[in-house]
Design a protein around this ligand. Sequence first.
Ligand code: DI6
Ligand code: FE
Length: 402
Amino acid sequence: MAGLPADLLFEGARLATMAGPGLGVVEDGVLAVRDGRIVYAGTRDTAPAFEAAHRVPCDGLWITPGLVDCHTHLVFAGDRSEEFARRLAGESYAEIARGGGGIASTVRATRAADEATLLALGLKRLDALLAEGVTTIEVKSGYGLDEETERRQLRVARALGAHRAVAVRTTYLGAHAVPPGGDRAAYLDLVCDRMIPALAAEGLADAVDVFQEGIAFSAQECTRVFSAARAAGLPVKSHAEQLSDSGGAALAARFGALSADHLEYCSAEGAAAMAQAGTVAVLLPGAFLMLNEARKPPIASFRAAGVRLAVATDLNPGSSPIASLRVSATLACVLFGMTVEEAWRGMTINAAHALGLQDRVGSLEPGKRADLAIWSVDHLAQVVAQIGPSPLQARCHGGVLA
Ligand code: DI6
Ligand code: FE
Protein backbone atom coordinates (compact mmCIF):
# COMPACT_ATOMS: atom_id res chain seq x y z
CA MET A 1 0.00 0.00 0.00
CA ALA A 2 1.37 3.44 -0.90
CA GLY A 3 2.10 5.73 2.03
CA LEU A 4 0.91 9.24 2.65
CA PRO A 5 2.58 11.77 0.35
CA ALA A 6 5.32 13.97 1.83
CA ASP A 7 7.85 16.36 0.32
CA LEU A 8 10.39 15.87 3.08
CA LEU A 9 10.72 13.14 5.66
CA PHE A 10 13.17 13.51 8.55
CA GLU A 11 13.93 10.15 10.11
CA GLY A 12 15.90 9.10 13.17
CA ALA A 13 15.84 12.58 14.67
CA ARG A 14 15.38 13.65 18.25
CA LEU A 15 12.53 16.13 18.36
CA ALA A 16 11.76 18.88 20.85
CA THR A 17 8.24 19.68 19.75
CA MET A 18 7.40 22.38 22.35
CA ALA A 19 3.84 21.07 22.07
CA GLY A 20 2.20 20.91 25.49
CA PRO A 21 4.27 21.74 28.58
CA GLY A 22 8.04 21.26 28.60
CA LEU A 23 10.25 20.51 25.63
CA GLY A 24 8.09 17.71 24.25
CA VAL A 25 11.08 15.47 23.62
CA VAL A 26 10.60 12.57 21.19
CA GLU A 27 13.52 10.13 20.89
CA ASP A 28 13.71 8.33 17.55
CA GLY A 29 11.32 10.79 15.96
CA VAL A 30 9.92 11.28 12.50
CA LEU A 31 8.89 14.60 11.01
CA ALA A 32 7.03 14.83 7.72
CA VAL A 33 6.52 17.98 5.64
CA ARG A 34 4.08 18.57 2.81
CA ASP A 35 3.31 21.83 1.00
CA GLY A 36 5.45 23.80 3.46
CA ARG A 37 3.65 22.49 6.52
CA ILE A 38 4.30 19.86 9.13
CA VAL A 39 2.01 16.90 8.62
CA TYR A 40 3.50 14.62 11.28
CA ALA A 41 5.93 15.05 14.17
CA GLY A 42 6.21 12.20 16.61
CA THR A 43 7.55 8.77 17.35
CA ARG A 44 8.50 6.36 14.60
CA ASP A 45 6.35 3.64 16.16
CA THR A 46 3.18 5.64 15.72
CA ALA A 47 4.07 7.29 12.39
CA PRO A 48 1.97 6.44 9.38
CA ALA A 49 3.78 5.16 6.29
CA PHE A 50 4.98 8.02 4.09
CA GLU A 51 5.79 8.14 0.42
CA ALA A 52 8.42 10.89 0.53
CA ALA A 53 10.04 12.80 -2.33
CA HIS A 54 13.12 13.36 -0.13
CA ARG A 55 14.18 11.39 2.91
CA VAL A 56 16.59 13.03 5.33
CA PRO A 57 18.38 10.57 7.63
CA CYS A 58 19.09 12.48 10.84
CA ASP A 59 21.13 9.97 12.80
CA GLY A 60 20.28 11.45 16.19
CA LEU A 61 20.40 15.13 15.24
CA TRP A 62 18.01 17.32 17.21
CA ILE A 63 15.15 19.09 15.46
CA THR A 64 13.48 22.02 17.21
CA PRO A 65 11.03 24.60 15.93
CA GLY A 66 12.82 27.37 14.04
CA LEU A 67 13.73 30.12 16.50
CA VAL A 68 11.61 33.24 16.81
CA ASP A 69 13.30 36.55 17.66
CA CYS A 70 10.23 38.47 18.82
CA HIS A 71 11.85 41.86 19.57
CA THR A 72 14.41 43.52 17.29
CA HIS A 73 15.19 46.95 15.92
CA LEU A 74 17.51 45.64 13.24
CA VAL A 75 16.79 48.16 10.48
CA PHE A 76 18.90 51.18 11.35
CA ALA A 77 22.00 53.08 10.25
CA GLY A 78 24.87 54.52 12.23
CA ASP A 79 26.99 53.30 15.09
CA ARG A 80 26.91 54.13 18.80
CA SER A 81 29.97 52.31 20.07
CA GLU A 82 31.28 55.63 21.31
CA GLU A 83 28.36 55.71 23.76
CA PHE A 84 29.55 52.35 25.07
CA ALA A 85 32.86 54.00 25.89
CA ARG A 86 31.08 56.95 27.52
CA ARG A 87 29.03 54.63 29.72
CA LEU A 88 32.20 52.84 30.77
CA ALA A 89 33.55 56.25 31.77
CA GLY A 90 30.55 56.81 34.03
CA GLU A 91 27.75 58.46 32.02
CA SER A 92 24.39 56.76 32.22
CA TYR A 93 22.21 55.63 29.31
CA ALA A 94 19.54 58.17 30.33
CA GLU A 95 22.08 61.03 30.57
CA ILE A 96 23.40 60.27 27.09
CA ALA A 97 19.82 60.18 25.76
CA ARG A 98 18.94 63.52 27.39
CA GLY A 99 22.10 65.04 25.90
CA GLY A 100 20.97 64.33 22.32
CA GLY A 101 22.70 60.96 21.93
CA GLY A 102 20.95 57.64 22.25
CA ILE A 103 17.90 57.09 20.06
CA ALA A 104 18.21 60.61 18.58
CA SER A 105 21.68 59.78 17.29
CA THR A 106 20.38 56.71 15.44
CA VAL A 107 17.46 58.74 14.12
CA ARG A 108 19.85 61.19 12.45
CA ALA A 109 21.83 58.38 10.82
CA THR A 110 18.73 56.44 9.74
CA ARG A 111 17.06 59.46 8.18
CA ALA A 112 20.20 60.02 6.12
CA ALA A 113 20.31 56.44 4.82
CA ASP A 114 18.45 55.41 1.67
CA GLU A 115 16.41 52.25 1.33
CA ALA A 116 19.16 50.21 -0.32
CA THR A 117 21.63 51.12 2.42
CA LEU A 118 19.18 50.22 5.16
CA LEU A 119 18.38 46.94 3.44
CA ALA A 120 22.05 45.98 3.15
CA LEU A 121 22.65 46.82 6.82
CA GLY A 122 19.55 44.93 7.90
CA LEU A 123 20.43 41.84 5.86
CA LYS A 124 23.86 41.64 7.47
CA ARG A 125 22.35 41.60 10.96
CA LEU A 126 19.59 39.24 9.88
CA ASP A 127 22.12 36.78 8.45
CA ALA A 128 23.76 36.52 11.86
CA LEU A 129 20.41 35.54 13.38
CA LEU A 130 19.59 33.07 10.61
CA ALA A 131 22.94 31.33 11.09
CA GLU A 132 21.70 30.37 14.54
CA GLY A 133 18.39 28.89 13.44
CA VAL A 134 16.03 31.86 13.48
CA THR A 135 13.09 31.51 11.07
CA THR A 136 10.80 34.32 12.28
CA ILE A 137 11.75 37.85 13.33
CA GLU A 138 9.94 40.92 14.48
CA VAL A 139 11.34 44.27 13.37
CA LYS A 140 10.35 47.61 14.85
CA SER A 141 10.49 51.05 13.33
CA GLY A 142 11.20 53.96 15.65
CA TYR A 143 14.46 55.32 14.28
CA GLY A 144 12.78 57.63 11.78
CA LEU A 145 10.22 59.47 13.90
CA ASP A 146 8.90 61.15 10.78
CA GLU A 147 6.43 59.84 8.24
CA GLU A 148 8.89 59.15 5.49
CA THR A 149 11.62 57.43 7.46
CA GLU A 150 9.29 55.34 9.62
CA ARG A 151 7.69 54.05 6.42
CA ARG A 152 11.11 53.40 4.89
CA GLN A 153 12.14 51.34 7.92
CA LEU A 154 8.94 49.29 7.74
CA ARG A 155 9.25 48.74 3.98
CA VAL A 156 12.84 47.58 4.43
CA ALA A 157 11.73 45.26 7.25
CA ARG A 158 9.14 43.71 4.93
CA ALA A 159 11.73 43.45 2.15
CA LEU A 160 14.01 41.39 4.40
CA GLY A 161 11.48 38.58 4.12
CA ALA A 162 11.65 38.72 0.33
CA HIS A 163 15.45 38.52 0.32
CA ARG A 164 15.86 35.72 2.86
CA ALA A 165 13.99 32.59 3.93
CA VAL A 166 12.45 34.13 7.03
CA ALA A 167 9.05 35.37 8.16
CA VAL A 168 9.01 39.03 9.20
CA ARG A 169 6.50 40.76 11.47
CA THR A 170 6.67 44.54 11.52
CA THR A 171 5.89 46.77 14.47
CA TYR A 172 5.35 50.52 14.33
CA LEU A 173 7.27 52.11 17.20
CA GLY A 174 6.54 55.77 16.47
CA ALA A 175 6.30 56.32 20.23
CA HIS A 176 9.98 55.54 20.72
CA ALA A 177 11.11 59.12 21.37
CA VAL A 178 10.01 62.64 20.54
CA PRO A 179 11.88 63.52 17.33
CA PRO A 180 14.90 65.76 17.84
CA GLY A 181 13.70 69.36 17.86
CA GLY A 182 10.09 68.19 17.55
CA ASP A 183 7.02 69.29 19.46
CA ARG A 184 5.77 66.59 21.81
CA ALA A 185 2.04 67.17 21.42
CA ALA A 186 2.20 67.63 17.66
CA TYR A 187 4.28 64.48 17.32
CA LEU A 188 1.79 62.41 19.32
CA ASP A 189 -0.98 63.75 17.11
CA LEU A 190 0.98 62.59 14.08
CA VAL A 191 1.56 59.12 15.57
CA CYS A 192 -2.02 58.58 16.76
CA ASP A 193 -4.16 60.41 14.25
CA ARG A 194 -2.21 59.93 11.04
CA MET A 195 0.46 57.27 11.16
CA ILE A 196 -1.32 54.46 12.98
CA PRO A 197 -4.49 54.52 10.85
CA ALA A 198 -2.46 54.94 7.65
CA LEU A 199 0.03 52.14 8.39
CA ALA A 200 -2.81 49.81 9.37
CA ALA A 201 -4.62 50.57 6.11
CA GLU A 202 -1.42 50.13 4.07
CA GLY A 203 -0.65 46.82 5.77
CA LEU A 204 2.84 48.03 6.67
CA ALA A 205 2.58 47.38 10.40
CA ASP A 206 1.40 44.21 12.14
CA ALA A 207 1.46 45.75 15.63
CA VAL A 208 2.12 49.00 17.52
CA ASP A 209 4.72 49.40 20.25
CA VAL A 210 5.58 52.17 22.74
CA PHE A 211 8.54 53.03 24.95
CA GLN A 212 6.90 53.85 28.29
CA GLU A 213 9.65 55.34 30.42
CA GLY A 214 10.72 58.54 32.17
CA ILE A 215 13.01 59.37 29.23
CA ALA A 216 10.34 58.44 26.66
CA PHE A 217 6.51 58.46 26.99
CA SER A 218 4.16 58.65 29.97
CA ALA A 219 1.32 56.29 30.86
CA GLN A 220 -1.16 58.88 29.62
CA GLU A 221 0.62 59.25 26.29
CA CYS A 222 0.92 55.49 25.84
CA THR A 223 -2.78 55.10 26.62
CA ARG A 224 -3.51 57.36 23.70
CA VAL A 225 -1.22 55.41 21.37
CA PHE A 226 -2.75 52.10 22.46
CA SER A 227 -6.25 53.45 21.93
CA ALA A 228 -5.36 54.56 18.40
CA ALA A 229 -3.82 51.14 17.67
CA ARG A 230 -6.85 49.27 18.90
CA ALA A 231 -9.15 51.56 16.92
CA ALA A 232 -7.10 50.72 13.82
CA GLY A 233 -7.34 47.01 14.59
CA LEU A 234 -3.67 46.54 15.47
CA PRO A 235 -2.45 44.63 18.54
CA VAL A 236 -0.09 46.41 20.93
CA LYS A 237 3.22 45.75 22.66
CA SER A 238 5.18 47.79 25.18
CA HIS A 239 8.75 48.56 26.24
CA ALA A 240 7.80 48.58 29.91
CA GLU A 241 9.54 48.98 33.28
CA GLN A 242 13.08 48.84 31.83
CA LEU A 243 14.59 51.64 33.90
CA SER A 244 11.79 52.42 36.37
CA ASP A 245 8.30 51.24 37.38
CA SER A 246 5.78 53.42 35.63
CA GLY A 247 2.99 50.83 35.51
CA GLY A 248 3.71 49.98 31.89
CA ALA A 249 3.05 46.26 32.23
CA ALA A 250 -0.39 46.76 33.77
CA LEU A 251 -1.27 49.39 31.18
CA ALA A 252 -0.20 47.11 28.33
CA ALA A 253 -2.23 44.27 29.84
CA ARG A 254 -5.28 46.53 30.06
CA PHE A 255 -5.06 46.86 26.26
CA GLY A 256 -4.62 43.09 25.83
CA ALA A 257 -1.01 43.55 24.70
CA LEU A 258 0.67 40.65 22.97
CA SER A 259 3.72 41.31 25.12
CA ALA A 260 5.36 43.63 27.59
CA ASP A 261 9.11 43.68 27.18
CA HIS A 262 12.12 44.31 29.49
CA LEU A 263 10.19 44.41 32.83
CA GLU A 264 13.16 44.72 35.20
CA TYR A 265 11.10 47.01 37.46
CA CYS A 266 7.77 45.21 36.99
CA SER A 267 5.68 44.96 40.18
CA ALA A 268 3.69 41.97 41.43
CA GLU A 269 0.52 43.78 40.30
CA GLY A 270 2.01 44.19 36.84
CA ALA A 271 2.78 40.47 36.68
CA ALA A 272 -0.74 39.59 37.83
CA ALA A 273 -2.30 41.87 35.22
CA MET A 274 -0.14 40.30 32.50
CA ALA A 275 -1.15 36.79 33.57
CA GLN A 276 -4.82 37.75 33.46
CA ALA A 277 -4.52 39.29 29.97
CA GLY A 278 -2.27 36.57 28.55
CA THR A 279 0.42 39.18 27.87
CA VAL A 280 3.80 37.53 27.32
CA ALA A 281 6.82 38.73 29.33
CA VAL A 282 9.63 39.23 26.81
CA LEU A 283 12.97 39.30 28.59
CA LEU A 284 15.82 41.21 26.98
CA PRO A 285 18.98 40.28 28.86
CA GLY A 286 21.21 41.83 26.19
CA ALA A 287 20.03 45.31 27.19
CA PHE A 288 20.39 44.42 30.86
CA LEU A 289 23.98 43.31 30.24
CA MET A 290 25.07 46.19 28.03
CA LEU A 291 23.62 48.84 30.34
CA ASN A 292 25.15 47.02 33.31
CA GLU A 293 21.83 47.06 35.14
CA ALA A 294 21.41 45.63 38.63
CA ARG A 295 17.67 45.14 38.95
CA LYS A 296 16.46 41.85 37.47
CA PRO A 297 13.00 41.13 36.10
CA PRO A 298 10.82 39.34 38.69
CA ILE A 299 10.96 35.88 37.11
CA ALA A 300 9.63 34.22 40.26
CA SER A 301 6.53 36.46 40.20
CA PHE A 302 5.98 35.71 36.52
CA ARG A 303 6.26 31.98 37.16
CA ALA A 304 3.95 32.16 40.17
CA ALA A 305 1.38 34.17 38.24
CA GLY A 306 1.60 31.90 35.20
CA VAL A 307 2.95 34.51 32.77
CA ARG A 308 4.53 33.10 29.61
CA LEU A 309 8.25 33.96 29.36
CA ALA A 310 9.99 34.72 26.08
CA VAL A 311 13.55 35.81 25.28
CA ALA A 312 14.62 38.13 22.47
CA THR A 313 17.72 39.99 21.33
CA ASP A 314 16.33 43.57 21.31
CA LEU A 315 18.96 43.95 18.58
CA ASN A 316 19.54 47.72 18.41
CA PRO A 317 22.54 50.03 18.12
CA GLY A 318 22.40 51.43 21.65
CA SER A 319 21.20 49.38 24.57
CA SER A 320 21.46 45.93 22.99
CA PRO A 321 23.88 45.61 20.07
CA ILE A 322 23.61 41.81 20.15
CA ALA A 323 22.83 39.88 16.97
CA SER A 324 22.52 36.50 18.69
CA LEU A 325 19.33 35.00 20.06
CA ARG A 326 21.38 32.10 21.36
CA VAL A 327 23.60 34.38 23.44
CA SER A 328 20.48 36.20 24.62
CA ALA A 329 19.14 32.87 25.87
CA THR A 330 22.44 32.12 27.57
CA LEU A 331 22.27 35.49 29.31
CA ALA A 332 18.63 34.93 30.31
CA CYS A 333 19.72 31.77 32.08
CA VAL A 334 22.86 33.13 33.72
CA LEU A 335 21.69 36.66 34.58
CA PHE A 336 17.95 36.14 35.17
CA GLY A 337 17.88 32.54 36.39
CA MET A 338 15.77 31.09 33.62
CA THR A 339 16.03 27.34 33.19
CA VAL A 340 17.28 25.79 29.95
CA GLU A 341 13.75 24.60 29.29
CA GLU A 342 12.34 28.10 29.82
CA ALA A 343 14.98 29.53 27.51
CA TRP A 344 14.02 27.06 24.79
CA ARG A 345 10.32 27.72 25.12
CA GLY A 346 11.18 31.41 25.28
CA MET A 347 12.87 31.29 21.86
CA THR A 348 10.14 29.19 20.26
CA ILE A 349 6.51 28.77 21.31
CA ASN A 350 6.37 31.63 23.81
CA ALA A 351 8.08 33.99 21.38
CA ALA A 352 5.45 32.98 18.82
CA HIS A 353 2.78 33.93 21.38
CA ALA A 354 4.49 37.32 21.80
CA LEU A 355 3.83 37.94 18.09
CA GLY A 356 0.35 36.41 18.03
CA LEU A 357 1.72 33.65 15.78
CA GLN A 358 1.21 30.71 18.13
CA ASP A 359 -1.15 28.99 15.70
CA ARG A 360 1.37 29.17 12.85
CA VAL A 361 4.88 28.69 14.25
CA GLY A 362 6.81 27.97 17.45
CA SER A 363 6.17 24.24 17.84
CA LEU A 364 6.44 21.04 15.82
CA GLU A 365 2.79 20.20 15.32
CA PRO A 366 0.72 19.17 12.30
CA GLY A 367 -0.64 22.19 10.45
CA LYS A 368 2.15 24.53 11.50
CA ARG A 369 4.60 25.96 8.99
CA ALA A 370 7.60 23.69 8.52
CA ASP A 371 10.06 26.07 10.19
CA LEU A 372 12.77 23.92 11.71
CA ALA A 373 16.19 24.25 13.26
CA ILE A 374 18.36 21.15 13.03
CA TRP A 375 21.15 20.91 15.56
CA SER A 376 24.31 18.88 15.73
CA VAL A 377 24.37 18.52 19.51
CA ASP A 378 24.09 15.63 21.97
CA HIS A 379 21.79 17.52 24.28
CA LEU A 380 19.67 20.65 23.77
CA ALA A 381 21.35 22.39 26.70
CA GLN A 382 24.47 22.62 24.51
CA VAL A 383 22.76 25.19 22.33
CA VAL A 384 22.44 27.65 25.21
CA ALA A 385 25.34 26.54 27.42
CA GLN A 386 28.05 27.56 24.98
CA ILE A 387 28.95 30.88 23.44
CA GLY A 388 30.83 30.40 20.19
CA PRO A 389 30.41 28.58 16.90
CA SER A 390 26.79 27.85 16.08
CA PRO A 391 25.91 24.16 16.36
CA LEU A 392 23.17 24.63 13.78
CA GLN A 393 23.35 21.96 11.10
CA ALA A 394 20.53 23.16 8.85
CA ARG A 395 17.47 25.36 8.79
CA CYS A 396 14.14 24.82 7.14
CA HIS A 397 11.70 27.64 6.43
CA GLY A 398 8.31 26.82 5.00
CA GLY A 399 9.48 23.36 4.08
CA VAL A 400 12.56 24.58 2.18
CA LEU A 401 15.73 23.12 3.62
CA ALA A 402 18.94 25.19 3.58
N1 DI6 B 1 14.67 49.13 23.20
C1 DI6 B 1 14.48 50.41 22.81
O1 DI6 B 1 13.80 50.71 21.93
C2 DI6 B 1 15.14 51.36 23.67
N2 DI6 B 1 15.67 50.44 24.64
C3 DI6 B 1 15.37 49.19 24.30
O2 DI6 B 1 15.67 48.21 24.92
C4 DI6 B 1 16.18 52.22 23.00
C5 DI6 B 1 17.13 51.55 22.08
C6 DI6 B 1 18.29 52.48 21.75
O3 DI6 B 1 19.06 52.82 22.63
O4 DI6 B 1 18.44 52.89 20.57
FE1 FE C 1 13.65 47.44 22.21
